[in-house]
Design a protein around this ligand. Structure first.
Ligand SMILES: *Cc1c(COP(=O)(O)O)cnc(C)c1O
Length: 305
């Protein structure tokens, strides 16, 4: 199995960027491997190593029915020889949506959990119940964010010549990726986070807690732009969708409406408003997520591209 690492970096060119005299490059983590997502692979890497070291043969994790993390965990389980168990929020719908159909093809055992138990999924009682049902397993949290995930994401920063960039930019869900990228910054640089859910300012604390767990440090030069969630998690606007279509036409890079679409929409909005001074070079992380597009189209009855 071939992983494309370090992931490639691609510079974008457009009239808007020329006019603003801003350079924008994209770290194509989405190209690491078709089964492993982008940042989700980085978050899994050291967890898989720990699981092997602890002689676990099974991985168990949690997610919604369209989760990029479940998808990547199923892919990684298959590629690296683990049994995988996916605990899915809510009840079963048949036929399986494209995300869960992939998970099942990769050998993941799918188990549905009602929403009230799901809220308690980290409790002793629920974990015990899962152990009785499935035997011993290595537990990966929902979204894959823990201290080992931060260590894996930090490697993305090792792959780039950091002084070249004034800003790194990334879409945020749980804050694990933000924390990992923050560990690689120098003092002059800023990390820009674009929360994809409403009320995303809590993410600074989440990222701090994760980076503290990883290396005992907290980072100052992180800035969150909380106004680009488009109504909330997995919510979209016509403006966002038309941005994603134009972006694909211009740059031949596919963005998803849940995460990376909101990141680039926000970045281009800021660039257009003159937020960055001339000569600025930004590196935006394409964290993957394209697997979710088929499910999004099915759910909404819309076509993205
Ligand atoms: C999960 C995910 C993110 C957010 O990562 P967090 O570490 O949860 O903040 C960003 N982009 C994509 C495509 C994702 O799947």
């Amino acid at each position: 199995m071939q992983l494309q690492l370090p992931s490639p970096i691609q510079e974008l060119h457009s009239p808007l960027l020329r006019k603003a005299k801003v350079r924008l490059s994209v770290k194509r983590d989405d190209q690491i491997h078709p089964w492993l997502g982008g940042n989700k692979w980085r978050k899994l890497k050291y967890n898989l190593q720990a699981a092997k070291q602890q002689e676990h043969t099974s991985l168990l994790t949690f997610g919604g029915a369209y989760s990029n993390h479940l998808y990547a965990t199923a892919g990684a389980g298959d590629l690296f020889g683990f049994r995988s168990i996916g605990i899915i929020r809510g009840e079963e719908y048949l036929p399986l949506n494209p995300t869960l159909a992939f998970c099942r093809e990769r050998g993941m055992q799918l188990h549905y959990m009602n929403r009230s138990d799901y809220r308690e999924k980290t409790s002793e009682a629920i974990i015990q119940q899962l152990k009785e049902q499935f035997g011993e397993f290595y537990l990966i949290p929902e979204g894959g964010s823990n201290a080992l995930a931060v260590q894996g994401v930090a490697e993305a920063v090792d792959e780039i010549s950091v002084p070249e960039y004034d800003y790194l930019a990334v879409a945020c869900g749980s804050g694990g990726t933000l924390a990992g990228l923050a560990t690689g910054l120098n003092r002059r640089q800023q990390l820009l986070g674009f929360p994809v859910l409403k009320g995303g300012s809590f993410l600074k604390n989440e990222a701090d807690a994760l980076s503290m767990a990883h290396n005992g440090k907290r980072y100052q030069n992180v800035q969150l732009f909380t106004g680009y969630h488009q109504g909330g998690y997995a919510k979209t606007t016509a403006e966002l969708l038309s941005f994603i279509r134009d972006f694909y036409q211009q740059h031949h890079i596919l963005l998803d409406p849940i995460y990376t679409g909101k990141l680039f929409f926000g970045l281009f909005d800021l660039i257009g408003k003159g937020h960055f001074k001339a000569g600025t070079h930004i590196l935006a992380f394409h964290t993957g997520g394209q697997q979710g597009i088929a499910g999004w189209e099915e759910r909404t009855g819309q076509t993205l591209i």
